[in-house]
Design a protein around this ligand. Structure first.
Ligand SMILES: [Zn+2]
Length: 441
C-alpha cells in the first residue's frame, strides 16, 4: 500500500512539477459562503483574469480563476491552436486582500496542437514554476529592500526567513549599481558595521549629489588605496575626516588631489579639549559639585548665546570654581566665533582673513597653560591645509552623517548583520529605492 502511494506520488511529481493538484470536491474544510461568479477582474496584477468563484475558507480567501480561451501559437511547429487538451489546478499565493491571505486556484489550461505537442497557456499573473503571483513577487521584492528586517517581511508574506534572505541576495546582485569610475568630488567616512568583514566599513559618496556610491569591507589603508586606484581616475577632490590612514591611501592612489577636512570632525578636537579640561578639574571638586558639573556638560559645549538665563547661571557657577575651566570655555567660544566668521569669509573668497583668524586662535591657545588645547591645535596645524580648504570650497561630510544614521536604523531593525555583503546591498538598495512606492521587478 505504502509502496503504491509512493509510486503514485512520484508519478504526479514528474507529470506536473510544482503545481498542486487539488481535488476540490473532497475538500471538507470549506467554510463560509462560496459565491459562484463569472467576471473578468480588473484588479492590478489580475487584469484579464476570469474569476469563476470566490470563497472564504478558514484563514484565507480562495479565488478560482482561469484565463479566457484564445488562439495560441504552438512552440513546436508554429501553428495556431485553440484546442484544449486538459486542465490542472495550480495553487498560487497572491497579495493580501482586506487583511486576509489570498490564494488563487488557477485552472490552468493546456492546449493541444495538431502536431501532437501539448503546452500550457500563457498567463500574465504568474510565471512558470512560480508558486506566487507576479504581483506578489514585485511587492515582496520591494519589501525585502524597504522592510524592517527579513523576519518581518517573511511573516508579512507568509514565507520563510531563509527564502526571504535567498531572494534578497538574488535580487541584490543585479540591482545594486556597480561603480565603474568615481565622480570628480567624493566624500568618504567610516561607520560601525560590526560584520564578518570587520568592525568598521567605509562609505564612499558623491560629494555633489550626496548619493552613496559604494561601501568597502574595512577601513584599512590598503583596501581604500586599491579601490581608488581602480576607480578613482576622475577624482579631483576628496572630503574626509582627519584620518592619516585615509589621507595616505588617497595620496598613494590618486597622487595629490584636493583634500578637504570635514568641519564636524576637526571642530570636535576643540570640544574634546574642553571636555578633557572639565574632567580634569572636576576631580578636585566636592563630590556633590562633581556630579552636578558632569550633569551639565552639554551646556559647556553649547554656544553661549544659545543658553537661557538659568543655564547661563549654572555654567557660570562652575566656571567660578575653576580658572582652568573658565579659560577652556573661553577658548572654545573663541574657536566657535572664528569658525562662524570663517564660513562667511570663505564664501566671499576672503581666505587670508580665515587664515589670520586661525593664527590668532593658535596664539591665544599658546598663551594659555592648558595642555589639552595645545594638543588640539597641534592636530589642527597638522591638518591646516585640509581645514582651510573646507572654507574655500564649502564642502563637508555632514550628509554622510545622515546616511550613517540611516544605516544605524537598518542595523538595529535587523538586530545586526553578520554578513558584510548583505548589509552593503541593504544600505545601497535602501538609498536607491527609498522613494519607490510600488513593487520592484
Ligand atoms: Zn504544433
Amino acid at each position: 500500500m505504502l509502496g503504491f502511494l509512493h509510486k503514485r506520488g512520484q508519478k504526479k511529481c514528474t507529470q506536473a512539477p510544482l503545481s498542486i493538484i487539488l481535488e476540490l470536491s473532497r475538500n471538507k474544510e470549506r467554510i463560509g459562503a462560496a459565491c459562484t461568479m463569472n467576471f473578468t477582474m480588473d484588479l492590478p496584477g489580475l487584469k484579464g483574469v476570469k474569476v469563476t468563484k470566490m470563497e472564504e475558507r478558514e484563514g484565507f480567501i480562495a479565488l478560482h480563476v482561469e484565463m479566457p480561451r484564445t488562439p495560441h501559437r504552438c512552440p513546436s511547429c508554429g501553428e495556431r491552436t485553440e484546442r484544449t487538451h486538459d486542465y490542472r489546478i495550480q495553487k498560487v499565493q497572491h497579495l493580501k486582500l482586506f487583511e486576509r491571505w489570498v490564494y488563487l486556484f488557477y485552472r490552468k489550461r493546456r492546449y493541444a496542437c495538431r502536431c501532437g505537442k501539448r503546452f500550457a497557456e500563457k498567463a500574465c499573473f504568474v510565471e512558470r514554476y512560480q508558486r506566487q503571483t507576479v504581483e506578489w513577487n514585485q511587492a515582496f521584492r520591494l519589501r525585502l529592500i524597504q522592510g524592517k528586517n527579513f523576519t518581518d517581511t517573511a511573516n508579512q508574506f507568509q514565507t520563510s526567513v531563509t527564502t526571504a534572505m535567498r531572494r534578497f541576495d538574488q535580487l541584490a546582485a543585479p540591482l545594486v549599481k556597480k561603480v565603474d569610475h568615481l565622480p570628480p568630488r567624493i566624500a568618504i567616512d567610516d561607520y560601525k558595521g560590526d560584520t564578518n568583514a570587520g568592525k568598521y566599513q567605509v562609505i564612499i559618496a558623491d560629494a555633489d549629489t550626496r548619493k552613496p556610491l559604494d561601501i568597502l569591507p574595512d577601513r584599512k589603508a590598503d583596501t581604500l588605496k586599491r579601490y581608488l586606484q581602480e576607480k578613482g581616475h576622475h577624482v579631483k577632490t576628496v572630503v574626509m575626516d582627519l584620518s592619516y590612514t585615509f589621507k595616505s591611501a588617497v595620496q598613494k592612489a590618486l597622487g595629490h588631489p584636493l583634500i578637504i577636512g570635514d568641519p564636524f570632525h576637526f571642530c570636535r578636537y576643540i570640544y574634546w579639549a574642553l571636555e578633557g579640561v572639565r574632567r580634569r578639574v572636576q576631580k578636585a571638586f566636592h563630590p556633590y559639585h562633581r556630579k552636578r558639573c558632569k550633569r551639565i556638560k552639554h551646556l559647556f559645549q553649547k554656544e553661549r548665546e544659545g543658553l537661557d538665563d538659568k543655564q547661563k547661571k549654572k555654567v557660570e557657577r562652575y566656571l567660578e570654581l575653576s580658572p582652568d575651566l573658565r579659560e577652556a570655555y573661553e577658548l572654545k567660544e573663541h574657536f566657535r566665533q572664528w569658525y562662524q566668521e570663517a564660513k562667511m569669509q570663505g564664501r566671499e573668497g576672503r581666505m587670508s582673513e580665515v587664515k589670520q583668524g586661525l593664527y590668532a586662535f593658535y596664539r591665544r591657545v599658546e598663551a594659555s597653560p592648558l595642555k589639552e588645547f595645545h594638543r588640539a591645535i597641534q592636530t589642527l596645524k597638522n591638518w591646516q591645509t585640509e581645514i582651510l580648504n573646507s572654507f574655500a570650497f564649502g564642502l563637508n561630510n555632514g550628509f554622510i552623517e545622515g546616511l550613517n544614521n540611516q544605516t544605524k536604523v537598518i542595523k538595529r531593525n535587523a538586530f545586526g548583520f553578520r554578513r558584510y555583503d548583505r548589509l552593503r546591498s541593504r544600505i545601497l538598495l535602501h538609498h536607491q529605492f527609498k522613494h519607490q512606492t510600488f513593487g520592484v521587478g
